[in-house]
Design a protein around this ligand. Structure first.
Ligand SMILES: Cc1cc2nc3c(=O)[nH]c(=O)nc-3n(C[C@H](O)[C@H](O)[C@H](O)COP(=O)(O)O)c2cc1C
Length: 263
């Protein structure tokens, strides 16, 4: 009987086995890429619905249910520099990818360090927002937000009521903060504390802060959100990114135009 226990045969079997396995893993990664991308998109859509208060728990919904409900939100493009709805250019709202645009030198601009309070390096020229309408009128405005926490860029959305002042919801669909610390941005109880907060003060100035510690009841409480305990750096990042995106380099000009009815 042939001796199978030789160095040559052992190495050959090991080599063939690793080759077969690596081909299988690579093939699976390639074949599943489309499905993974679709699932990622579905996850973002579920998050948008939840942040806008249109559904309670998107994880309890089927793919078809999410897709059907998502028809209630209307995507729109906004020219961030002028603060107007984007029109007349080559970009198509249904294919436009704002995250890809933010990396494309033709579709974005580098932010000077002093302006880059959200630590995003580049800002896309055109943002993709979502609107929920009721009887032809704006009911909820859903704005993309992103910025650096402690370990990662947090990607999410903030939903505002038709008064363009009251927060309907805020949440992040992607981040790499530590579970139990910065990862508590996903805690439903913390997300709940955003609801009803007001982003502008009585003089129309942007006035919203995620503070260190707990909000003390009083006149400023409606402009403040509790910080995450043990996660001061993520908290600071969230405060900075919210203020960036609602400010003059983010959606500030658009919100001002929309209020005047001139967007
Ligand atoms: C392994 C590890 C992971 C951490 N993850 C986070 C995090 O995701 N977000 C954060 O703000 N702080 C995180 N921290 C804590 C920070 O280093 C820092 O101590 C904290 O932000 C200070 O917050 P405090 O002033 O509320 O205690 C982590 C610390 C360790 C050791």
């Amino acid at each position: 009987m042939a001796n199978n226990d030789t160095l040559k045969k052992t190495l050959t079997v090991t080599l063939v086995l690793s080759l077969v396995c690596s081909v299988l893993v690579s093939a699976a990664a390639v074949f599943l890429k489309d499905r993974q991308d679709q699932n990622k998109l579905l996850d973002v859509q579920g998050n948008i619905l939840s942040i806008a208060g249109l559904v309670d728990d998107p994880r309890a919904m089927s793919r078809d249910e999410i897709l059907a409900k998502f028809k209630e939100v209307k995507p729109m493009l906004v020219d961030l520099k002028s603060g107007d709805f984007y029109s007349g250019g080559d970009l198509n709202v249904s294919t436009y990818n704002d995250r890809a645009a933010a990396k494309d030198p033709k579709l974005s601009a580098a932010l000077p360090a002093a302006a880059d309070t959200a630590l995003i390096k580049r800002r896309e020229d055109v943002a993709k927002i979502y609107m929920v309408e009721e009887n032809g009128k704006l009911k909820t405005l859903i704005l993309p937000i992103r910025g650096y926490g402690l370990w990662s860029t947090l990607y999410g959305y903030m939903a505002l009521d038709a008064d363009l002042d009251t927060v309907v919801g805020l949440g992040f669909y992607e981040h790499g903060e530590t579970p139990g610390l910065g990862g508590e941005v996903d805690n439903p109880r913390w997300k709940e504390t955003w609801k009803g907060k007001e982003i502008f003060n009585d003089n129309g100035k942007l006035d919203i802060a995620v503070i260190k510690g707990s909000v003390v009841p009083g006149p400023n409480a409606k402009h403040q959100v509790d910080g995450l305990s043990g996660a001061t750096l993520t908290t600071r990042g969230v405060n900075n990114l919210v203020n960036f995106w609602l400010g003059s380099n983010g959606f500030g000009p658009f919100l001002a135009n929309l209020k005047k009815g001139e967007a």
